[in-house]
Design a binder for this molecule. Sequence first.
Ligand SMILES: [Zn+2]
Length: 771
Amino acid sequence: MDARPRPAPPEPDSIPLLTSLLVLFIAFTAMYLRTAPPAPRPADAPASAFSATRAREVLRVLVGDGAPHPVGSDANAEVRARIVQSFADLGYAPQVQTTFACSGTDQACATVHNIVVERAGRDAGPVVLVATHYDSVPAGPGASDAGVSVAAVLEAARALAAEPPAQNPVVFLVSDAEEAGLIGASAFVAEHPLAANVGVVVNLEARGTSGPSVMFETSAGNAWLIDRLAASLPRPVASSLFYPVYERLPNDTDLTVFKAAGIPGVNFAFIGGGSQYHTPLDRVGNASPSSLQHQGENTLAIVRAFAEADLSSPPEGSVVFFDVLGARVVSWPVSFTTPLAVLAFLLVAATAVLSWRAGGAPFWRDFVGLAGWVVALGVSALASWLWLRQMTGLGAWPGGATTRPALAVLAFWVLGLAVALLVAVIVARWARVAGAWTGCWLGWSAAGVAAAVTFPEASYVLIVPALVAGAAGAAGTAIRRQAPGTVAAMLPMATAAVLIMPSAWMLFEALGPQALPIVGTAIALVGTGLAPLAARAGGVRWLVPIAALATAGTLSALSLRAEAFSPASPERMNITLFQRAEEPRARWLLSPQSGVLPEALRLAAPFGAEREVAFPWSAAVAFSAAADPLPWEAPTIEVIDQGVRDGHRFVRLRAISPRGAPVMTLLLPRSRVVSISVDGRDVPQRPEGGVVRPSPRDAGPPLGGYTHHTVPSEGVEIEVVITGDGPLEGYLIDRSYGLPPAGAPIAGARPVTATLAGLGDVTVLARRIGF
Ligand SMILES: [Zn+2]
């Protein structure tokens, strides 16, 4: 029995729902405009400012004729000379650190030439290190990766040169052999006298040619770094959510090396235009001047801030952080996350009690609302996943590529929104307005508590909207003595949109189609905030989700029809000419990104219809065609010395590429190798085992070893320490960039919508070795 007076149910009102959809659209527009990098500043910008127009002229000079300049190449030396000259022209005294070094990241060694430039401070240290790299991949000119960052460093160095010395010295490191496995940075950390005095590092990178300069990685104890960042960056794009995403990518940067050496730091990169990354299209004309402006502004601002910071004893503590539409960075200590989440939950629960006492819905309606919230998320996750499967089955996004990524992303955004609304409308019949509000925000804030414990870096997307909901709900209900109204529903929903949309927009660029179910579910989460508004709406509440479903279908159909590849957004398709010493003929190997053999290439060489295992030491597959035997001798080893030392057998070898290939790889059974050293330098052996998986055909043991870039013509001396009995068998492989003249017709048959990428076209010779 309940004697309290119950207000009559409110009249249906569709205006709040339609207004909320407008708010979502405004949030989307704001996100779209604010996550774009700023316009380049003109050449006559004040001398203290960063001007991308000035920096672009520097970039043009650095890139020169656009020849790829991997470590050890002649073009690498030319680019290095131009950078050294540019620093000298600014009044600096650049030095070149030349050394032979090995890195454990890719188990690779090279003779590297790092450019190191010091700017004195009022104190002797610690030093602010500003790092990027000048080497490119063999396939492209590296204008964006990392020429843009080198140009940004030079333009920032120009601005700093005109200023009186800051408290801390600044060291610019333009490293070599980053693309070959972070070898230059490893050499700096291991051997350069300045390395021991570095207090903080700012690393600059690119995984594309456009887009905002995103601060995506920091080190442990990042509270003080984010403090400085928040106070200095004019247009910050940063989130603690980005690092867990980046960790899932196969990419690595020099910051990995600095962090491993215990140096704290921040990492900036732009990732738009990823289809041009590491290809011949990474040229100056495709390098976005806005990205250069943003990367440079960030560099100059954060270097000035760190140069005046106390680096000798930075405070400890880590924070959860995010930017709000590029306007400012919000952060709180990780230890506050759970209390904040619990506070949000208590506020929402208090709202439910106050609302009930004010004559709102009975509690069972809240539980219906909560069940609706859970079902909405579950169904949208399932629908997004099934939709991705369906689209992929229909041939969408071959090799993860599309020339119109926005269509794919928007299709899943609208799908998520439609499913969330549809469930909300169905459940509204029982939950009513108050139950829909309470159920949604109870679920949301409970998820916030769970995320605070399990995934604090990302928990802010749940906790902040829940806090807004709890505060607006509790205050409104206490004052007005009735169930949460339109404002208490719209404010947290809009907050969620502002926080979630930027990541949901960029995730496809970072991860490809596999991100689409996450993207759809994330936007569905925003959509669940519409439940109380949909519960109030009239007949239009059915119309909106049905129209949204139709829109999602249309966007998907358009995405399906969009070209996967174009000359400006090409398919990755390297050609390898491969010969084993044990076989009479060579083979052409082709591995198109889409997995489809182009007709023109099938006509150019007798490629088989199915891909097969390409190399005996790897599980990689490729289309294969017979080729004439190569006129060169495969790489060879000669045992110089062997014996037993400290209970282990050691073998000293000389490995030579008779044809003078610049790169050699030695592969041996991983489990039997204790250590490998080259010219007296230890090659760090990663504990997780082989660097390559054996091919299923050979079914041998996992293989490991190292790759030697910059192989001298007389060969290299390698010492291998071995455990276990019996002879050791493995492979010696050499690699040169490009194809012999016989490859011209095949390379020429590559479609205009395809390109080389990364290592590009290579000629590889291999020999089975044993000792
Ligand atoms: Zn790079």
